[in-house]
Design a protein around this ligand. Structure first.
Ligand code: NAI
Length: 464
């Protein structure tokens, strides 16, 4: 039995970042992880591998659609799926080994196995029980099945994002259930590889919760790229046959029944927190109505000395939100002040173009009755975007009508996931749109579109 200041359950972005910060702050730290490699869903079967496939297939798209226009002639590359999978596996390995290196460097113990908490202050891993002054649960989330529907996931024909990342071959047809982040990212990957992809979405708009103008513009762009959409449709049954599946759905507007055939069905209707097997019932750790672990302002659960962060608690299921909570809880455990500004957590969809957002939407501002103004600028007016065949999309900044303070921003466009961060920093400093507009932006960069949108909140943009 070993004794620690902190034991963290789970080595995803929440857990491993928390561990590193705990160690940096002088706490004796261990992480329990049952996977063969560190990094959790994000590094092993989520963010990182999906970005490798998105990158590779985007290069293919560029070769097929834009090379010739730039005078780059010759046959477009053919796809060696095995090699693409090997590239993805190598990307995963480099990242997971990187975490292992950081653990060694920071003298963090990796307790290999699946952990449970027999009582506060104790963590059981296999036959060993370890002592910990504090425990942090960072057990993450799992794919949820289609709510209220008859769907059996076999990770072969009916897959979650995990199965979709390692299909043995590129399917001819794919039905994606749920037009959220996972469905659109993985749908884009396969559409670029030649699969006929149909997204079946329950609501009338994709990417729930996003700015409505972005939702519409984004769907239009994806349609142009070849993705098919069936909107306002509730999938209720997926029949799995020998090598394909039949997806049955009802259109909400008239209750009519429809069916789609698919070689592969991707279920991307959300994720659920992983709490099973941790021993939370016996401990009396309270859960929310949605099955997440309930925490207070300092991420402490209803049991003293047990904390929780990331996908297993409330809030957006995003790696960077978990990382921020991981750092903040480490500060709390070290007797300092941990803080997360939940109002400034960016969201990014890594399609092409990328989609990024932070803060309020027009819809949320209207609902709150807050007077706001909109500054919008199209990438059509951005020289760099035009040169790079990347002029689809826009930057939209929402600012307080009276004070000009930035309240939110929404971007569809090239490198949107990187561009959003200057607006995040501005928001953290309580900046006005004018502050951004008066900041010199290098020419020619995509970031000029952000400045132009900020100018559009005032006297107007230059290039529109
Ligand atoms: P999601 O919550 O983003 O979208 C699920 C969609 O499924 C919704 O639009 C919903 O209306 C639809 N749906 C539900 N039941 C349905 C039915 N019976 N028939 C048709 N449609 C139905 O869920 P998703 O895409 O699975 O992502 C899960 C989590 O993972 C999200 O919280 C997301 O933020 C996170 N994630 C984030 C990424 C990123 O930041 N780039 C990448 C991948 C995942």
């Amino acid at each position: 039995m070993a004794s620690y200041d902190v034991i963290i359950l789970g080595s995803g972005p929440g857990g491993y970042v928390c561990a590193i910060r705990c160690a940096q702050l002088g706490l004796k730290t261990a992480v329990v992880e049952g996977r063969e490699t560190l990094g959790g869903t994000c590094l092993n079967v989520g963010c990182i591998p999906s970005k490798a496939l998105l990158h590779a297939t985007h290069q293919l798209h560029e070769a097929e659609h834009n090379f010739e226009k730039m005078g780059l002639k010759g046959k477009a590359p053919t796809v060696d799926w095995k090699q693409m999978q090997a590239y993805k596996a190598d990307t995963i390995a480099q990242n997971t080994k990187g975490i292992e290196y950081l653990f060694k460097k920071n003298k963090i113990d990796w307790l290999k196995g699946w952990g449970s908490i027999p009582e506060a202050g104790k963590v059981k891993v296999g036959d060993d029980t370890h002592e910990a002054k504090n425990i942090v649960i960072a057990s993450g989330s799992d794919a949820a099945t289609v709510p209220g529907a008859d769907v059996t996931i076999d990770e072969k024909t009916v897959v979650t994002s995990t199965g979709a990342l390692e299909l043995p071959k590129i399917p001819k047809t794919m039905v994606v259930i749920g037009g959220g982040v996972i469905g659109l990212e993985m749908g884009s990957v396969y559409a670029r590889l030649g699969t006929e992809v149909t997204v079946v979405e329950f609501l009338d708009a994709i990417t729930p919760g996003m700015d409505a103008e972005v939702q519409k513009g984004f769907q239009k762009i994806l349609k142009k790229q070849g993705l098919n959409f069936v909107m306002g449709a509730a999938v209720h049954t997926v029949e799995t046959l020998k090598t394909k599946a039949k997806v049955h759905y009802k259109l909400r507007k008239d209750d009519s029944e429809h069916m789609l055939d698919a070689d592969v069905v991707l279920v991307s209707t959300g994720r659920k927190p992983v709490t099973k097997g941790l021993g939370l019932d016996t401990l009396g750790v309270e859960l929310t109505k949605r099955g997440q672990i309930a925490t207070d302002d300092h991420w402490q659960t209803s049991v003293k000395g047990i904390y929780a962060i990331g996908d297993v608690i409330e809030g957006p299921m995003l790696a960077h939100k978990a990382e921020d909570e991981g750092m903040a809880v480490a500060e709390v455990l070290a007797g300092k002040h941990g803080h997360v500004n939940y109002g400034v957590i960016p969201g990014v969809i890594y399609t092409h173009p990328e989609v990024a957002n932070v803060g309020e939407t027009e819809e949320s501002l209207k609902e709150a009755g807050r007077a706001y103004k909109v500054g919008k600028f199209s990438f059509m007016g951005n020289g760099r975007a035009k040169a790079n065949f990347a002029a689809d999309g826009f930057v939209k900044i929402l600012a307080d009508k009276d004070t000009d303070r930035i309240l939110g921003a929404h971007i569809i466009g090239p490198m949107a996931g990187d561009l959003i961060h200057e607006i995040c920093v501005a928001m953290e400093f309580g900046a006005s749109a004018e502050d951004l507009a008066l900041t010199c932006h290098a020419h020619p960069t995509y970031s000029e579109a952000v400045r132009e949108a900020a100018l559009a909140c005032g006297d107007g943009p230059i290039h529109a």
